[in-house]
Design a binder for this molecule. Sequence first.
Ligand SMILES: Nc1nc2c(ncn2[C@@H]2O[C@H](COP(=O)(O)OP(=O)(O)O)[C@@H](O)[C@H]2O)c(=O)[nH]1
Ligand SMILES: [Ca+2]
Length: 406
Amino acid sequence: HSNREMWFQNFLPPNMCPINAKANTFYGIMFDAGSTGTRIHIYTFVQKNPEKLPELEGEIFESVKPGLSAYADQPEKGAETVKRLLDMAIDAVPPHLWKKTPVVLKATAGLRLLSEEKAQALLLEVKEVFEESPFLVPEDSVSIMDGSYEGILAWITVNFLTGQLSGQNQHTVGTLDLGGASTQITFLPRFEETLKETPGDFLTSFEMFNSTYKLYTHSYLGFGLKAARLATLGALNMEAVDGQMFRSSCLPKQLEAEWHFGGVTYRYGGNKEGETGFKPCYLEVLKVVKGKLHQPDEIRGSSFYAFSYYYDRAVDTNLIDYEQGGVLEVKDFERKAKEVCDNMQRYNSASPFLCMDLAYITALLKEGFGFRDNTLLQLTKKVNNIETSWTLGATFHLLQSLGMTY
Ligand SMILES: Nc1nc2c(ncn2[C@@H]2O[C@H](COP(=O)(O)OP(=O)(O)O)[C@@H](O)[C@H]2O)c(=O)[nH]1
Ligand SMILES: [Ca+2]
């Protein structure tokens, strides 16, 4: 046995070992190169009945931080993080299936924000890692994903996992994803009116499981949680930050610190002399979202699935349980934002950005998308033990395009 296997024995729970692989089992490997981290999703499918569609049996998931964009100037080092995750797949997939198992990486907003040159250098290094692996490397196996696909594929994942894409009575749910650098909203419009009043580039037809779905979807680049922090501080898209100090009423008064994002170091701090607290903070974050997003009337009354940073911040403030998730109303985020922002000294063990993040989430939901105070949000990290991520939808799409299934 190689050293690599020894090394992983400390990390892999027993069910990740490929002992139970059956003759009708196959795998798909999808990497999510997000702005804050890189993640590997190894999906297992079983073809139980040759007449039927294969079933999704399970997922192996692992992640590393920071994301590829943090290696903008060291692409080889960035690709090395991908290689370490891919080594996991070597152990998880039985050797005789390596050649038949496709591996794909799709990058999102972090790489979209880098210069073309730096992004391509990173992707090229990753491609080399794939080519050197024993897996099937399809054409376009390493790319930056279009933002509209990010929303559509996450919508496919959630609605597949909740059983809405099979059978007769399809009651699909809309999805909200809040990443580090971008955010997506996706739903299936029910009213003719919505289609009429929506800008054409917000509507995409998508074929999956023998149905065509005309979805409303949009990815707002620069409106992810971390990008929003920079926007609030007035530091987003600055050419040179040169040790400049960025201050905000959303931060603890006495705070002065440094923050690394997308390969840049920012200095930030609280309003030493001036105001702090929810009111001035909300005005600051409002400037970031007000009038910048399309507000479809139809969503005001409907409920949505929300994940990623919506989930994480709800966990951080005990609005939901980390394992269970839960159902919240939009106003729950506002209530927590007030509580945290008006008592920053009490929350000083948490992230110094907790107040800003909660205020931003509130503003994004209410003033950005136009949700009502009582709009229901189903916060979910996993459904049936599978991560609610666009990566599953992307894997279905991949297997479909390779003629492997679906
Ligand atoms: N539950 C879950 N959360 C994820 C997954 N991938 C990313 N996230 C969350 O997504 C957020 C970070 O967004 P990221 O993907 O890095 O940024 P983006 O490039 O702007 O989409 C964090 O809240 C992560 O916890 C996943 O597979 N499962
Ligand atoms: Ca993401």
